[in-house]
Write a protein that binds this ligand. Structure first.
Ligand code: NAD
Ligand code: LMR
Length: 329
């Protein structure tokens, strides 16, 4: 075990996801059982007291891997020396707000946070954006951090990926451990494309095993893509513990590598693969090798998949244009 702790900055630390996330990080599930962590919690001034309360509870957990907790209301201080940054705090859409208003309000958060990461984070910084609209918030942060390699900025579609695996498992009555090579393409929004065409169940093609294209098109895809809304409807609040769990999965795999013979989904900066315009932060099938995400290459994309991927990527391009017009990137 290394004695030098890894600095993990978490924004929105007093929120729902923050509460579900911090104790799992402290217990070693984010980076591994041999890695000490120091938590740096960022909140807005009105929520700092609540974050301090959570810091007291973290202390009470007596976690052997937790080397300390600090609470900040200034992004520059919070990201100083950060090795991993989980950008969870965001401005939720409220009544009467248009999508453009939401992008502008979040620009006010993710632009200064990108700048703070650029000026003060550690050289090996890895960023995961969870706060919605996650892909475009990640783009804003990335474009405001020109000195940090673009590949270090990612947005979360792992929750969508996990939801897709779970739905397929329930449909076929097989354990999730038998399912591999599921892909989420595009935006973390209702336009995302959960793709089973290359997925496998116990080594056999998943789409063929399901044998019902109508179920895939009319039930599976919308169920996964709209699961966030379903959770809000049933639970009365947006997903929190499952989102925190997906954030843990994303960073753990990024740092420690994905299992051989499988891939996962993450929104990363496009290099133009699969016709996704370079520079957009879009979800792809990815593996992690030597601490870097790599897009799985060479998958055949049929017409059905092509139109679904294009629709979600078009939405990402529109969001990029909107934040360009707002002067955020
Ligand atoms: P929440 O409202 O409970 O918590 C958000 C916290 O962020 C609040 O404590 C707030 O004070 C804080 N915050 C706001 N602006 C901040 C800033 N500038 N700096 C630091 N902190 C700030 O919300 P939640 O349920 O924890 O969800 C957080 C975000 O995650 C939302 O945008 C939600 O839509 C999103 N989300 C994403 C996914 C995904 O799969 N990508 C899944 C679920 C939720
Ligand atoms: C989710 O996928 O659960 C969330 O992104 C939904 C939301 O709008 O907060």
């Amino acid at each position: 075990m290394s004695d030098t702790p890894v600095n993990v900055t978490v924004t929105g630390a007093a929120g729902q996801i923050g509460y579900a996330l911090l104790f799992r990080i402290a217990s070693g599930q984010l980076l591994g059982a041999d890695t000490k962590v120091k938590l740096r919690l960022l909140e807005i001034p009105q929520a700092v007291r609540a974050a301090e309360g959570t810091a007291l509870e973290l202390q009470d957990g007596a976690f052997p891997l937790l080397a300390g907790v600090d609470v900040f209301d200034d992004p520059k201080a919070a990201f100083s020396g950060a090795n991993v940054a989980l950008l969870v705090g965001a401005r939720p859409r409220t009544k009467g707000m248009e999508r453009g208003d939401l992008l502008e309000a979040n620009g006010g958060i993710f632009k200064p946070q990108g700048e703070a990461i650029n000026s003060g984070a550690a050289d090996d910084i890895r960023v995961l954006v969870v706060g919605n609209p996650a892909n475009t918030n990640a783009l804003i942060a990335q474009r405001n951090a020109p000195d940090v390699p673009a590949e270090r900025f990612t947005a979360m579609t792992r929750l969508d990926h996990n939801r897709a695996v779970a739905q397929l498992s329930a449909k076929l009555g097989v354990p999730v451990s038998e399912i591999s090579k599921v892909t989420i393409w595009g935006n973390h929004s209702a336009t995302q494309y959960p793709d089973l065409i290359h997925a496998e169940v116990a080594g056999k093609n998943a789409a063929e095993t399901v044998g019902d294209q109508q179920w895939i098109a009319d039930e599976f895809i919308p169920r996964v893509a709209k699961r966030g809304a379903e959770i809000i409807e049933v639970r009365g609040a947006s997903s929190a513990a499952s989102a925190a769990s997906a954030a843990i999965d994303h960073v753990y795999d990024w740092v420690n590598g994905t299992p051989e013979g499988d891939w996962t989904s993450a929104a990363i900066v496009s290099d133009g693969s699969y016709g996704v315009p370079a520079g957009l932060i879009s979800s792809f099938p990815v593996v992690s090798r030597n601490g870097r995400w790599e897009i799985v290459q060479g998958l055949e994309i049929d017409d059905f998949s092509r139109s679904r991927i294009d629709a979600s990527v078009a939405e990402l391009a529109e969001e990029r244009t909107a934040v360009e017009r707002l002067g955020l990137i």
